[in-house]
Design a protein. Sequence first.
Length: 269
Amino acid sequence: MRDDQPKVLIIDDNAEARAALEALLLSESYDLSFATNGMDGIAMAVSLRPDVILLDVMMPKMDGFEVSRRIRAIPDIAEIPIILVTALDDQESRITGLRAGADDFVNKPYNSVELFTRLQTILRLNRYRRIAEQQNELKAMNEELLIAYNKTIEGWSRAEEWQVMRMHPVYAHQWLSSISFLEPVLNIPYAHHEKWDGTGYPRGLKGEEIPIVARMFALVDVWDALRSDRPYRNAMSKNEASEYIHNNAGLHFDPALVDIFIDLVKDEA
């Protein structure tokens, strides 16, 4: 099984129907899982988080309509696409299926071309939906980061004295701590002015005492500063900035990261 194989959960009480679907789909590089009843199917959907569910309608105890309704009622799996597999082709059954939360239908007996086409369409749409959701999440995160950054800059602008300025990582840590989703990355504003040799601030951390994300960010932060125009100097060339970073390996920067970083930026315009 490859990590990029789409996961397909098949819920069908009929062994012959399961075998027929397995024979059709194995050649298409899907990662197949099977459940023989509705309750087991719901439990497997929760644990496996499949990319799509092929759900038989006519099952004892709990039919496919009820399984679909229950899946849609569970937040963690409510968005998984469901294709109902049914011998019923009347309008009322299809309406019932749609109201239960089904996304599409495949009729028995299976037409392999139709089945593959519907599966690929559902998987493609689901992938696009996930990409859109991730983009929206990133946009929201960027907006919150911008607000937090502006608040930090406002705080820094009140500093007159260098000693106070050296406290800005502490202040940033305090201000940003109230933003819950930033908690995993608070070490960046808190420790990005620490230095590998222990001469940084605010806590004088040394070597690997400095969180790895802060050591990485320090390289990016200094590189950006060196390559940007400032009121008191022009931007350095790429070679000059690279030399500065290299010369400060083991002093300001983690020496194990310096060569990696310089290699990453060597193709920068």
